[in-house]
Design a protein. Structure first.
Length: 266
């Protein structure tokens, strides 16, 4: 009988979450964000694995020398990175298929929200989610708009830089193979090609979130503080969401929250 009571209580909690329009909006944005990561990550995974297979084929056919070692390097690097990226895509896909568990781990539940990037945002988010209103508060929307104002041009610039460095890498490594076939020195071009490839990985794999100190605490907030899930210090006390295990180290994750412009990240 006690077990049945706990089960009914759990079902009631899930029903309350489902009936909360504010939390449902966060849930949908969470799904959209991770679905975008699945699509983009899936594209790069397939591209890297296809390139890796092609490089293995060319490695087996190439004569001994620089050309053979070049194709071997491409095959090993692209296959390894592609497989690692496939694991990341699978993790994001699990969040798309089971978003409630992922969102609860990222920001908490309506009755137990985790601290946001600032005290002011924490209070606004807590009041909004607990109100159940589907309309996003002006303070939260202004923070999201401000972040998107620089994230959108950053995405465009990063994409253009990635295309430029990929094209540069292709040109440089083709010249390496051609010059090696005629017996010319290629050390300088190998270094230049390696640098361009490294730049590609840095642009493509740059984290979308940064860690920093908490700012924007409202005046008169309680002085006591605890370390939140991002490692920042957040005020606690009356009016602030409580959670168990405050002070325990939790590994930060990029992109947690609702979307890249989430108030839960900077």
């Amino acid at each position: 009988m006690p077990r049945r009571g706990r089960s009914n209580s759990s079902m009631h909690t899930e029903h309350v979450k489902a009936a909360n329009p504010a939390y449902e909006r966060l849930l949908q944005d969470y799904v959209d964000y991770h679905l975008a990561l699945v699509v983009v990550g899936g594209f790069f995974t397939l591209a890297l694995l296809a390139f890796g297979v092609g490089s293995w084929v060319r490695f087996r056919r190439a004569p001994r020398g620089v050309e053979r070692r070049t194709h071997l390097g491409f095959a090993v690097v692209s296959s390894t990175v592609g497989l690692l990226l496939a694991v990341v895509v699978a993790a994001n896909l699990s969040n798309v298929l089971n978003p409630r568990q992922g969102l609860a781990g990222a920001i908490g539940t309506p009755s137990d929200l985790k601290p946001a990037a600032s005290g002011e945002l924490t209070q606004s988010l807590t009041e909004w989610v607990r109100s159940g209103s589907a309309e996003v508060p002006r303070l939260i929307q202004s923070h999201v708009d401000a972040r998107l104002a620089w994230q959108e041009p950053k995405a465009v610039i990063s994409t253009l830089l990635l295309v430029v460095f990929v094209a540069l890498s292709v040109v440089v490594w083709r010249s390496v193979i051609k010059r090696s076939q005629t017996g010319q020195r290629v050390l300088g071009r190998v270094l230049a090609g390696s640098a361009s490839m490294l730049a590609c990985f840095l642009i493509w794999g740059r984290p979308s979130c940064r860690r920093g100190s908490s700012r924007g605490r409202p005046a008169g907030s309680v002085a006591r503080s605890s370390r939140n899930w991002t490692g920042r210090t957040s005020p606690t006390g009356p009016g602030w969401p409580r959670r168990s295990g405050a002070g325990q180290p939790v590994s930060p994750r990029c992109g947690l929250g609702v979307r890249p412009a989430s108030p839960w990240s900077r």
